[in-house]
Design a protein. Structure first.
Lengths: 339, 405
């Protein structure tokens, strides 16, 4: 049944929808319908996941909410479309969604050949491997001849193949359509190894029968810069998504949080005043109001708040900041200035 | 003068033939314009998005691994060397093999269950009734998951095995391992002998029919055919000096834990394929059982009574009178079931069986991103397979249908 959905989505792209969305004006569409349609995963704790009450939470979800707050002044004006890895680009290019915020890796092929634009990186990830501790494997170099489970339609298939080819090892790749089946199959022992992004391993591990009985191997075999994606050909919307993310990172660097944003607006620091719209009108050039970043930060929070709330050490995922710390703390999070 | 002109147009409007042609042309023009508009829109939008067009991507190399199956064996699939065309062929081969095996198994199980349902034996009848009602009322995707995880949970883990036939055939969660035949030089003759035997069998049966029609003498057709088809290749095999070697599966019981289990030699039947095959054949068989039951019940009782009145033995009556008539009812809906089974095989993407939808419309589509071309190819595959099945079954139906003179 899922197949049909994918095929229909693709067929729709092939015919009608492409006709409708070629022209720019995603912002106008969003304002007209009153919400941002956000493509997310089908359930990846910490990044985009539904809680028991059906509310979406996560790092990727927060970005969509911040965009909605900036564009519409209301962080709750977001509707979510859960998408499989395979459906996601078709959904975006067909205009079914306005922004794809679904732990999607930025690669050259995707940026140049799919008619898409990556608006930044909101999580620096890398592909890793998890094995049952009972196998006694301590390094990925020992995995010659392994059965490896993963899901289709991702860069993980390419990365793992490249790694094994580079190390001259043989392996079998069992590729499922959805992560849930990968977890179930790995649980039964069909595969010795589960490979996906390390953030994904941390999240999926929670679903295993015995989360502590599994080891994540030290090798990081790929660069996986995950970020939000928009359609090519609409620079205004591209800029909005890009600068909402930059504003969240800049806010953390300047110490602006959701709690103190209102009072910081009266600060003497011109950088903070420009960010929060009390000096100059940077929102205008995006087609937004002057308090665009103010709304995003007040309603959603800065990047660090979002990180700690969703994936940080105090969450079940227990992911340290690592590469995702601010550049001032030795990490890679670095946003161009607002001026 | 003007009046006559008006009258001409008026007559045209009320002319039924003119009116119907006029509207048909109107609809046709509108339809063509609509399709052209969509095509033009699509093309200009692909250009606007700066996406690639055309089928050139089929020559690019594909960098991802595909699970070892018949398809990868056919294309000798190697990541980084094989092209997207090889990926396509691999997927099509995997789809075809599971559809073909599924059709055979579904037909066999379906006929048995259909006959059971008409049996006087309460146990057989009850069993087949439960079988049909349960399997045809549960969605296929759920059955697929059920069989897959049932198969996985039932198997020993990757470090142990169940020995089915000594060291040669074993099974565990990673698959069923058996010796792989390795044809050596000269094995081609054995295939040739088989072809000769098949043709010979057909010629012999034609001759036997003719002989019976002319003289009433009966020849042992079936046994001669079996003898030919088995015997001739076997003799050729011996004459050529046994040009077939076997590659046996290996099993490591010692060493580091990770290295234990089956090695990568021998023939492997992966659990994904077993599950897809099981689910597709059992599900479709429940429909075929009902078709078979309907077919047999459609033959009036008078036919068997007449046969016995003519002195035919019961098994001859069944073979020569009842079944040929039942087949006329059975074959057309059976064709639809075969088509359904083939199309349903595309669900196997859910449990990692590398069929054409999984590897081509899934992994490859995600790397290449040309939805229109790739989904088009996908639709062509199913269309070709379905139409071929239809043509064959229609031919078969034509052969067995009531000959009206």
């Amino acid at each position: 049944m899922k197949l049909n959905k994918t095929l229909v989505a693709a067929a729709v792209t092939a015919t009608f929808a492409l006709g409708a969305n070629a022209q720019a004006g995603t912002l106008d569409d969003v304002k007209a319908k009153g919400h941002v349609q956000c493509g997310v995963s089908q359930g990846l704790p910490g990044f985009s996941n539904q809680d028991d009450d059906g509310n979406w939470t996560g790092l990727d979800v927060d970005l969509c909410r911040a965009v909605a707050a900036a564009a519409l002044g209301d962080a709750s004006a977001v509707k979510f479309s859960p998408l499989s890895a395979k459906e996601r680009f078709t959904a975006l290019s067909s205009g079914e969604i306005d922004i794809l915020s679904r732990n999607t890796t930025w690669t050259m092929t995707r940026d140049t050949q799919l008619g898409l634009n990556f608006a930044g990186v909101n999580y620096y990830d890398g592909q890793g491997m998890m094995v049952p501790s009972s196998l006694g494997v301590t390094s990925a170099k020992e995995l010659d001849g392994a059965n490896i489970c993963t899901n289709t339609g991702t860069t993980t298939e390419l990365n793992i193949t490249d790694y094994f080819r580079a190390n001259d090892m043989s392996f079998q790749l069992v590729a499922f359509e959805k992560a849930d089946e990968v977890v179930a199959a790995y649980n039964t022992g069909r595969c010795d190894v589960y490979t996906t992004d390390r953030s994904g391993l941390a999240a999926q591990r929670l679903k295993l029968e015995n989360p502590d009985g599994h080891t994540v191997l030290p090798e990081i075999i790929s660069k996986e810069p995950l970020g939000p994606v928009v359609r090519q050909g609409d620079d205004q919307w591209f800029n909005i998504v890009k600068w909402v993310h930059n504003a969240m990172v800049n806010a953390e660097e300047m110490g602006v949080t959701s709690a103190n944003a209102e009072e910081m607006a009266g600060s003497d620091n011109p950088n903070i005043k420009r960010l929060l719209g009390t000096e100059g009108n940077f929102g205008e050039s995006l087609g937004l109001s002057a308090d665009w970043a103010m709304q995003a930060i007040k309603q959603v929070g800065n990047y660090g708040e979002s990180y700690e709330r969703n994936v940080g050490p105090n969450t079940p995922l227990k992911l340290a900041r690592g590469a995702n710390a601010l550049w001032t703390d030795g990490g890679l999070m670095y946003a161009p200035p607002i001026r | 003068m003007a009046n006559r002109n008006n009258a001409g147009i008026g007559r045209l409007i009320y002319d039924q033939k003119f009116r119907s042609i006029f509207f048909q042309v109107l609809v046709a023009v509108a339809l063509i314009a609509f399709v052209a508009w969509i095509a033009d829109n699509t093309l200009s939008n692909i250009d606007a998005q700066e996406k690639k067009k055309g089928f050139g991507f089929l020559e690019d190399t594909a960098g991802f691994q595909i699970l070892n199956t018949l398809g990868t064996a056919i294309t000798d699939y190697t990541p980084g060397v094989s092209t997207y065309w090889d990926v396509f062929v691999t997927g099509v081969a995997n789809t075809l093999v599971v559809a073909f095996l599924g059709v055979i198994a579904a037909t066999a199980i379906g006929f048995v269950m259909g006959i059971f349902r008409l049996s006087n034996n309460a146990i057989l009848k009850g069993f087949s009734t439960v079988y049909v009602e349960v399997l045809r009322n549960v969605p296929l995707l759920l059955q697929l998951f059920f069989w897959y995880f049932f198969v996985l949970r039932a198997m020993p883990d990757a470090r142990s095995r169940i020995q089915l036939w000594g060291e040669e055939v074993g099974i565990n969660i990673t698959g069923l391992y058996a010796p792989a035949p390795q044809p050596q030089e000269g094995f081609g003759w054995v295939w040739l002998a088989l072809a000769v035997a098949v043709v010979g069998g057909i010629l012999f049966s034609n001759y036997a029919k003719k002989l019976q029609a002319e003289t009433g003498k009966q020849l042992p057709v079936l046994w001669t055919q079996v003898g030919l088809i088995i015997g001739l290749p076997l003799i050729t095999y011996w004459v050529m000096g046994s040009p077939l070697e076997w590659e046996y599966p290996t099993f490591n019981e010692t060493g580091p834990i990770f290295k234990r289990g089956f090695g990568d030699t021998g023939l492997v039947l992966i659990p994904e394929m077993i599950a897809v095959w099981l689910a597709l054949s059992l599900y479709t068989a429940s429909f075929i059982a009902e078709i078979v039951r309907a077919g047999i019940m459609a033959v009036p009782k008078g036919q068997s009574e007449a046969s016995s009145a003519l002195g035919l033995k019961p098994n001859v009556a069944l073979r020569m009178v009842i079944i040929p008539q039942a087949m006329r009812v059975i074959v057309p809906p059976l064709t639809s079931q075969y088509l359904n089974l083939t199309k349903n095989s595309s669900l196997s993407v859910a449990i990692a069986y590398p069929d054409v939808v999984s590897v081509f419309a899934g992994t490859a589509l995600n790397q290449v991103g040309q939805e229109i071309e790739m989904v088009f190819m996908m639709m062509m595959v199913y269309l070709t397979v379905s139409l071929s099945t239809s043509i064959f079954m229609n031919w078969f139906n034509g052969r067995i249908k009531l000959v009206e003179r």
